[in-house]
Design a protein around this ligand. Structure first.
Ligand code: BG6
Length: 484
């Protein structure tokens, strides 16, 4: 199988915050890989814009080092890297002053696709938008790209949406949630809506419950200042886990088009029930003797921010009434793994008698690492001597099935940036979706604040606090093991 690479139209992409961490780790190495794969037209240009007093050559040196460090592609030779770097220009601009804007206006070409990536603090979004408008940089089709965190509650998200709406139409705004750019996350839609097999069973009549786990082994070291003001709820649940929940639970959209897909996701978020405080567990890693704990990582000995969360929620609609959704995410856990597990109900009656035990089908969708799907089916244990039952997996590892093609798959950022250039908003969050997600999240966080809730400690390298296991246990269920 050979992957198809469809070149995009000529473009100028301006990266505000072009010297920052995200630009250097993800955006630029990603663009370089797209350039290597032949997707970027030869004449396309990337313009870095930041406060740092650099010239284009200085920025190119910086980007060369980032490509060497963060790009896994090794098939590109020095000549290709040089060719890519020649697409790069740099302008020193002051988001809150006049410096650099005239030069930027001169650099950005007319009558091609323009994208402005705001890889800066959200407090600067308004300033950048105003100045682009003032200096007439771009046109009515220009796209702006913004990153999470998109607000820290409903009020601030509304303010940000209003700030952007002053100069840009919703069709021009691309809010990135990089989980939506992951190959396997999109595969969720293909599995659900490309097959007849699962859909008839995809409801509360047949599904006992759904678990979504995003476990990480990394801590918050290096990002402590940001993270301690956010916590797992704002950093992961409000966005990434929420998007996974939407894709797994939404109704089939009539077409794979931006608004059709986003309308269905929005309905799921709006149908989420408030979470009962008894069905939510917050945790914080450490302390252990030899490993630094969370409070040391963030430099606040009294921090009450959670680095782990497990919760149960329900979706109030015809399809899902009565089926619990369990979400769990945390840092410094036992293994790095993200997966969605659909646990089907037991067969209504066992013809094999009680000694055969109860068996349920389980569909496990592994998002990362080792992307793939496993469907647990019950068979007869081989051999003579009565009917004993056994659960075995029907296993599909994408790496084994798709071979080299999977190694060549663009990472989330590459794909999403190319979608911006193509003008395809399907994998980006709409303003109302983000607001609805905050409307569900806010009361949960306010509840903790009101009660001065203190997260439960958990060991580094564990599966999170005991209480998370107990929460499931009380429901007569158990979490899937966290393992790679
Ligand atoms: C980011 C969060 O959005 O996603 C990080 O801010 C988290 O805290 C990261 O580590 C996880 O992304 P991935 O792609 O490694 O699963």
């Amino acid at each position: 199988m050979v992957s198809r690479v469809i070149p995009v139209d000529d473009f100028d992409l301006v990266i505000f915050g072009g010297t920052g961490d995200l630009a250097q780790r993800k955006i630029l190495p990603g663009l370089y890989r797209r350039f290597c794969s032949g997707q970027m037209p030869e004449s396309a240009r990337i313009i870095g814009a930041a406060r740092a007093d650099l010239d284009s050559n200085g920025w190119r040196d910086m980007v060369r080092a980032s490509i060497a460090e963060f790009s896994s592609v090794n098939r590109c030779d020095d000549a290709r890297i040089d060719a890519f770097l020649m697409r790069l220009e740099y302008v020193s601009v002051d988001a809150r002053g006049e410096n650099g804007w005239k030069e930027l206006a001169r650099l950005v070409r007319k009558d091609i696709v323009h994208a402005f990536y705001f890889s800066v603090s959200p407090s600067l979004f308004g300033d950048l938008a105003d100045r682009l408008y003032l200096h007439k940089i771009g046109n009515s089709d220009s796209r702006i790209v913004v990153e999470k965190p998109f607000g820290r509650d409903l009020k601030s998200a509304k303010e940000l949406n209003a700030t952007l709406a002053k100069h840009f139409d919703e069709t021009q705004i691309y809010r990135i949630d990089h989980y939506l750019g992951k190959e396997t996350v999109q595969n969720l839609m293909a599995v659900r809506f490309g097959n007849i097999l699962f859909e008839p069973l995809w409801n509360s009549q047949y599904v006992d419950h759904i678990q979504i786990t995003v476990a990480e082994t990394v801590g918050v070291g290096g990002r402590g200042e940001y993270y301690d003001k956010s916590g797992a709820m704002r950093d992961m649940v409000q966005n990434h886990l929420m998007q996974l929940l939407c894709l797994i639970a939404m109704e089939p959209p009539s077409r794979f088009e931006p608004d059709e897909v986003r309308d269905e996701k929005l309905k799921v978020i709006r149908a989420l029930e408030p979470v009962d405080p008894h069905h939510i567990v917050r945790g914080q890693y450490g302390p252990t003797d030899e490993k630094p704990d969370y409070r040391e990582d963030v430099g606040d000995a009294r921090s009450r921010t959670e680095s782990f969360i497990a919760l149960r929620t329900h979706i109030s609609n015809w399809r899902w009434a009565g089926t619990p959704f369990y979400l769990r995410t945390g840092k410094k856990l036992k293994a790095r793994t993200s997966e969605i597990v659909v646990v089907f109900k037991d067969a209504p009656h066992s013809i094999f008698g009680p000694e055969a035990g109860t068996h349920s089908n389980i569909l496990r969708i592994r998002l990362q690492p080792n992307e793939g799907m496993t469907l647990g089916v019950t068979i007869k244990e081989p051999g003579p001597g009565g009917m004993r039952l056994l659960d075995v997996p029907l296993d599909m590892s994408f790496a084994e099935t798709l071979g080299d093609d999977i190694a060549d798959i663009p990472d989330a950022y590459e794909r999403l940036i190319m979608d911006v250039i193509r003008g395809n908003q399907t994998l980006f969050m709409r303003g109302d979706e983000v607001e609805a997600a905050w409307a569900w999240t806010d009361p949960i966080i306010e509840g903790w604040e009101r009660r001065h809730d203190v997260p439960k400690p958990y060991d580094v390298g564990s599966t999170g606090p005991e209480d998370a296991l107990m929460m499931m246990h009380r429901d007569g269920r158990r979490w899937r093991e966290i393992k790679e």
